[in-house]
Design a protein around this ligand. Structure first.
Ligand code: GLN
Length: 468
């Protein structure tokens, strides 16, 4: 961690002696289990700073939560510890998960180095991605509301998995936009990602949005047998004019690769996709404005200094003005506006309708019916099993480019990740080579995204393994 301190991937770390002691205890208690490439037993795991840990502060990279110590571990953290994993520390992020480059952090930006250049680590789980990419941990937890695990994975050449909404517990995860928030997993190989998924994919009665056991019975339990040919959907609406040529090449190469493995390719149309980004940036800030209302310095969060009740010192406003960074303030204003009486019908309600259209687009193209909708029962022979598209329109931009960008430019990076978020579908980003480089050492990869029907998490993971 010391060697990589300048990358700023961690906002705090567990004490080195306690890390050593815990790993030693885990390995001694079960010396054979860490031979299993999927088992988190005896492994080092990094946790995004918006997921509660009882032994280190949890601040969501915000000044308003500075020095907040959670009295308990989030369910996902408890599950990993019980499986023998050791938490190395909390990773840097965009404040409350709001951002795409990990530059909006109270603790300063995270950076990713590639060929001597300072690049965006992606956001908001940039710290988790860099910790994984540089080998500072075996795997990491992030959160993905609109792409925050997949985008950093694409930019750093790692694997980032957002499971179906409701499979992993959100208890102890600081909310950004509840209806979209998903705990996600980052790793250097599919095995470690799947290992963490298997340990955390459990019903939790403490999370009211956790998928209940009876509905879980409707989901497929195992992935397909590797030899089974699949129908891969190619969403042509994702082939936008601003797609970076290297990303397009990587997409084509990945499609050819899957074809060579015996799978068939099929063009599909997802027309509502073009409105998904706008809908997301109405819905996510709306939920955020409501969620973040509790940080007022009285019920939650650090409190501003000064006397309350005087004209220049209204405690509530001062606390929030000082405690939240500019991007969070922007989202709160946006959200409060779209929820206000005069704007509600034109913004929030419209965005909810678009969200439904995005969900219907996916249900129309997938062969398997959505297990959450009992009315749709039949498997469609002409449908596809999985979709393959880029994770982001470009490769990781240079930090110097981002500094001169406007907020809207950053929002554009999420154009391919938000549709799966709005529909709650499982999606994974895996690195793919763009150029025909013989020497793959150090050459840049683009993130390719596999999206599956709700509950097809194992299928998505199985196919990700074949893509690598
Ligand atoms: N970049 C998106 C946003 O700022 C997604 C963030 C996330 O998934 N947490 O809202």
């Amino acid at each position: 961690i010391g060697r990589y301190a300048h990358l700023n991937a961690f906002v705090n770390t567990a004490d080195a002696d306690s890390i050593h002691a815990r790993v030693a205890t885990a390995v001694n208690s079960s010396p054979t289990s860490n031979v299993d490439p999927r088992s988190p037993h005896g492994r080092l795991i990094a946790i995004k700073d918006n997921i509660c840990t009882a032994d280190t502060p949890t601040m969501a990279a915000s000044r308003i939560l500075k020095k907040f110590n959670s009295p308990y571990d989030a369910t996902v953290v408890r599950q990993l510890r019980e499986a023998g994993a050791t938490v190395v520390g909390k990773t840097n992020m965009d404040e409350f998960g709001m951002g795409s480059h990990n530059i909006h952090s109270h603790f300063g930006r995270t950076k990713f180095e590639h060929k001597g250049e300072d690049r965006s680590a992606g956001g908001s789980s940039g710290g988790s991605a860099v910790a994984v990419a540089t080998g500072q941990c075996w795997a990491a937890l992030g959160t993905d509301t609109g792409g925050s695990v997949r985008l950093p994975a694409a930019y750093t050449g790692t694997i980032g998995f957002k499971p179906s909404y409701g499979l992993l517990s959100r208890w102890g995860v600081i909310a950004y936009a509840n209806s979209l928030d998903t705990v996600g997993i980052l790793g250097n190989d599919v095995e470690s990602v799947e290992g963490l998924f298997d340990v955390t994919n459990k019903y939790d009665h403490q999370d009211p949005t956790s998928l209940d056991p009876s509905t879980r019975l409707r989901l497929p339990t195992e992935g397909p047998t590797p030899s089974k040919p699949l129908r891969i959907g190619v969403p042509i609406d994702y082939n936008i004019s601003t797609l970076d040529p290297t990303v397009r090449k990587a997409w084509l190469r990945s499609l050819r690769h899957l074809q060579q493995r015996g799978h068939s390719l099929h063009k599909v149309q997802l027309p509502a996709t073009q409105h998904a980004l706008s809908a997301y940036y109405v819905l996510a800030p709306a939920e955020a404005s409501s969620n973040l209302a509790k940080y007022d310095g009285i019920r939650y969060g650090s409190r501003a200094e000064g006397k309350d009740g005087t004209a220049d010192s209204v405690l509530f406003a001062k606390t929030r003005g000082e405690g939240f960074g500019p991007e969070v303030q922007r989202r709160i204003l946006l959200g409060a506006f779209s929820l206000s009486a005069q704007a509600m019908d034109n913004y929030f309600i419209q965005a909810q309708k678009v969200r439904r259209l995005v969900q219907q687009d996916f249900d129309r193209v997938f062969a398997t019916p959505n297990p959450l909708l009992t009315s749709q029962a039949k498997v469609k022979a002409e449908g596809v099993d999985v979709l393959l598209c880029p994770t982001a329109p470009t490769l990781a931009p240079r930090l110097s480019e981002i500094q001169v960008q406007k907020p809207l430019d950053a929002y554009m990076n999420d154009v391919f990740t938000v549709p799966a978020s709005l529909a709650g579908l499982p999606a994974i980003s895996v690195p793919a080579q763009g150029d025909n480089a013989v020497d793959t050492e150090g050459s840049e990869t683009a993130g390719m995204q596999l999206i599956g029907q709700y509950g097809d998490d194992k299928l998505v993971l199985a196919l990700a393994r074949q893509l690598l």
